[in-house]
Design a protein. Structure first.
Length: 255
């Protein structure tokens, strides 16, 4: 059985990704930071069996080492790693004093450094998955996969704050760098949503959301399921894709 690990798997996007992989026969490992109850609730909704939850903040090296040991012991390999954990806080881009050093460090540590640390610690298990697949499977396309959940904020510099945009741009750069050096055993891709409909969008006034909708050619926001479908397509169908950015934004970057 294939295994997928989804960091921050109890959130809007993360839970949709977990459900998508579980529906397609994967064992899913859901990591969380503080809210175990929410992670358990997601686990209970997953199709199939042999799923797990594990407390593993991606900025805590000892927790990541424990996570590696757990996945190795229980599953022996890791077919897909989805770096979905991310944080931000709303600060206007022209409010330079409002974006504190503390928030800059927190955002970069979680969104960029933590994602890199997760790949670093899971590398051997990802390579083990590639090695265990049949050499003839999918014509020899037997790589494991890392998907970094980025944002179109990293591409066009408009988002919740300047540091958040920078962290997602760094994540995309990391995707390209690691795709180059980890091939052919491991593919690395970014999936970059625009606005994703759900709890997060409720934080914005209706007039702002309407203006964003008007600047989106598809005239609708993505859902968590849309992002999950993109991630799973990379695992299941787009097996010659690595080092790229797959946007899920309804064409927002076109305007």
């Amino acid at each position: 059985m294939k295994t997928a690990l989804v960091t921050g798997g109890s959130g809007e996007i993360g839970s949709a990704i977990c459900r998508k992989f579980a529906e397609n026969g994967y064992s899913v490992v859901i990591t969380y930071n503080t809210n175990r109850q929410k992670a358990e609730q997601v686990q209970e909704t997953l199709a199939g069996k042999d799923h797990s939850i594990f407390k593993a903040p991606n900025t805590d090296a000892s927790c990541l080492a424990d996570l590696y040991d757990y996945v190795e012991r229980k599953y022996g390999k890791l077919d897909v790693l989805v770096n979905n954990t991310g944080i931000t806080t709303p600060v206007a881009h022209n409010d330079l004093e409002g974006l504190t050093d503390e928030w800059i460090d927190k955002i970069m540590q979680t969104n960029f450094r933590g994602s890199f640390a997760m790949v670093r610690v899971m590398r051997e298990l990802l390579e083990a998955a590639a090695e265990k697949k049949s050499a003839t499977e999918d014509g020899g396309r037997n790589s494991a996969l890392v998907v970094n959940i980025s944002s179109i904020a990293g591409l066009f510099g408009i988002g919740s704050n300047v540091a958040y945009c920078a962290s997602k741009a760094a994540l995309d750069s990391m995707t390209r760098s690691l795709a180059r050096v980890l091939a052919p055993k491991i593919r690395v891709m970014s999936v970059s949503p625009g606005f994703v409909e759900g709890e997060y969008t409720k934080n914005f006034p209706p007039e702002f959301l309407q203006s964003q909708m008007e600047h989106t050619p598809m005239e609708q926001f993505a859902t968590g399921a849309d992002v999950a479908n993109a991630v799973f397509a990379l695992a299941d169908q787009l097996k010659m894709s690595t080092g790229g950015i797959l946007t899920v934004d309804g064409g927002r970057l076109l305007l």
